[in-house]
Structure formats: C-alpha cells, structure tokens
Write a protein that binds this ligand. Sequence first.
Ligand SMILES: [Cu+2]
Length: 305
Amino acid sequence: MSFFENIFYTLYNKYMYEFSPSTHIHEFYGFSEPASQKMEILIEMFHNSFVTLSYILVGIICVIAVTLYYFRSSKNLYPIHFKKSVEYLVDALFVFVPIIIVYYLTVPAVGFIINNDKLLAYVDTPFHLEVIGHQWYWTYAIACANNNYALNLVFILSDEQLLDSLQLGDEFKIEFDQLIDLEAKRAVRCFEVNKHVVLPVAELIRCDVTSEDVIHSWALPQLGVKVDAIPGRVQSISLKAERTGVFYGQCSELCGVNHGFMPSVVEFVEVDSFFDWMLKELNYRPYKAILAKISSDELEAFFSK
Ligand SMILES: [Cu+2]
C-alpha cells in the first residue's frame, strides 16, 4: 500500500467505517453502487464518454506537440503550402471526424432519453408514488391500486366489512411528510429522516414529482433519479430497483436557506414486506401472519371464483 493510500485508508476508516464497513475504497470517490438498470447504463455511458474524450485529449496533445516540434520557425523559415488535394482532404477530415465522434457520443445518450420516455408511456403498474417538494421537506403519497396485486391484499384483509366496502379500482394510500432527523450520527448526518419511504423491489413504480412552493429536485443517485420538482407541473418517471436496500438522496436544486437539509430516503423491500408495511401503516392486521393461516385450497377457491 502506498503512502497516499495509507493516509486515505486511515481517514476513511476514521470517518466512514460506521456507515458501511463493506464499502470499498474506490466507492469513496467513484459512483455509489447502482441499484437500477438505469443507473448502470448511465455509469456505462459516463465511462464510455470519458474514455472517448481522453483519447481525443491525448490525440490533440500529440498533434500539437508534433506540430510545435517539426514546424518550429527555426527549422521552417518559409511557410510550406499544401497541394490543393491535400487541403481538401484535411478540410473533409476536419468536418467528418468530429461529426462521427459527436454522433458516437450522442446516439446512446439520446437513445437512453427516448427509451425512458417511451417506457414511461407504457408503465401500467399498481404502484404509484407521489413526491411533493416543500420548503424544506418532502411529502410522499404511496398508493397501491386495487387490482391484481391488491386483490391479494383485499383478501388478506379478510375483513367482511372491508371487503364489502372496497371496490375494484380503489386505492390504498399512505401520506406522510419526510423531515430530516437532526439526531442522526455523523455517517448518516444530514441524510437520515424521520420516516423512510418503503417500496417494492423489482416492480415498476410510477413516480410523479411536483412542488408546492419553489423549484426543488428529487434525487436518488443509486437509482439514477434526478427530477426537478416544479410548482404547477407534474413530472413523471418510472422507478425500478434491482436490489433491496436503503437509498439516500438530497434535494438537488438550490431552493432556500435549508436546501441542504431536506434529504430523501427510499427503502426497497420484497413485495411481501412492502404489503406488510403498508397494512401496518393503514392499521390493518399484519399481512404475513394472515397469509400463513390461509391454506392453499382457500386461495385457489378464491381465485377460481
Ligand atoms: Cu429543495
């Protein structure tokens, strides 16, 4: 281990160990581990562009160095003129090579954006998250439409009264404010909140972002999410996490004096645990406990109706 690495490790262990003992040193200055396919693509594109631009930089430095050396005034007292044909060739190269490079850099990025928009148009999902920015906290409304998925949920409630009162198409909805936890210790200081948003993993979630006062920006770096929350306008995105975990983000648009103190925390859990949490929030009986009591025959009978 080199001298600098040693210093780095010492500092790192001193300040970051509490946060995540398994974090590798490269994660200290690189991207945090992506949790969605979107973010993986973004990182891939970043590296691709970075490598391409590095080649261009090195290439240009070499050309300049060679030019300065071979065409210096002490060696070439009189300017040399190219033949017309060579001039045309150089002109053509100066036009087409940059076009090819720009094309190579632009196509994946534009394709990614178009694909994202297209994807959103076809998002048909029972899970719905509303994000509303305030000075200086976030308000969330997590809704689960009463369809295929929620059919289980209704059954599991197994409350005669409730079953009667619920119509297909009803929504289960939870609303709460997410405020910064000022007591949080240094590793998650300014990141921790009073209450996590809980969402199901590996499911498409439709996410609408808006604001009620000034422009904010809802960001979750590990999921590749950064959406401006604009008053009077709703921005929709699709959200999908590939792995469970707690993901931290912060407001990413300067919005006022407490801009730095409005983090957002989203926790992705298995679908079962999500319903479990949802029922608990709605003051219903625990999902799993009841699921365990239901025999498979009863389930079949219910769905064959
Ligand atoms: Cu803000």
